[in-house]
Design a protein around this ligand. Sequence first.
Ligand SMILES: Nc1ncnc2c1ncn2[C@@H]1O[C@H](COP(=O)(O)OP(=O)(O)OP(=O)(O)O)[C@@H](O)[C@H]1O
Ligand SMILES: [Mg+2]
Length: 273
Amino acid sequence: MALDTPAINTVPLGDERLGELLVEGVSKWFRTRRDNVHALDDVSLHVRPGEFVSLVGPSGCGKSTLLDIVAGLTRPDAGRVEADGVPVTGPERHRLVMFQESALFPWLDALGNVLFGLKLVPDLGRRQRVETAMEHLRLVKLERFARANVHELSGGMRQRVALARALAPDPRVLLMDEPFSALDALTREQLYDDLQEIWRTRRKTILLVTHNVREAVCLADRVVLFSPHPGQLREVFDIPLPRPRDINSAELSGYASRVTAALKSYYTRDAML
Ligand SMILES: Nc1ncnc2c1ncn2[C@@H]1O[C@H](COP(=O)(O)OP(=O)(O)OP(=O)(O)O)[C@@H](O)[C@H]1O
Ligand SMILES: [Mg+2]
């Protein structure tokens, strides 16, 4: 999926649009020898600086493709994407991706992995790098495990290290592709609490892809619903619940039920076409 030359771009600073994402009329086809898949069709979405938006939809509706396009890892065939008010032409340190699998380097310990992320930040001395990396391990409550090898960490701990690695370079935008889906329910719930606290204090713009509707509602300002074949944006739900949110609360269940009902209606409608 990566472009041929994934360059690190520079972005002008001092702009009130820093952290803003603009997706306008984006379409994407994947042409293989056997098939021509229309992965995204005319998708438009505006994400405000510091906003938390969840993307939900059935498998194959183009969520990961959209995230890749916003990350600058894949180019759209039509439409445009802007970040910070500037066209996206490739990956950039202010838009970092966190995947379902932690994708940590197994030959580095937890600290080493977070330090690796900091390679994206120029002009940081060794001491500053270590201090920043430790600060972020503390943020995800893994300070004590700085020297632990990746294989010594649980799945939840690995995702925490991956989160620290993504946050340490201080990106404006965090793109999260099903980061919690491989974790057990209790570990996930703890991470929801921690992520809400991190988002409150750091105010990153976050785009989260998830299959879990309650998770989407629990974390986001808005939940965006996609349908497949081709991937289209169908509905946007505002979630005006106060924070911090408890994923098991009755109010949250109400919103989750509405999103799930809409999701089902598109399934049924599409199946009948
Ligand atoms: N590199 C690729 N080459 C060919 N087809 C692709 C490629 N990447 C994605 N697709 C196709 O594009 C469509 C959208 O895929 P995508 O991975 O974005 O969906 P998704 O919504 O993330 O699904 P899931 O929820 O299963 O992760 C699918 O039909 C998929 O098969
Ligand atoms: Mg996906």
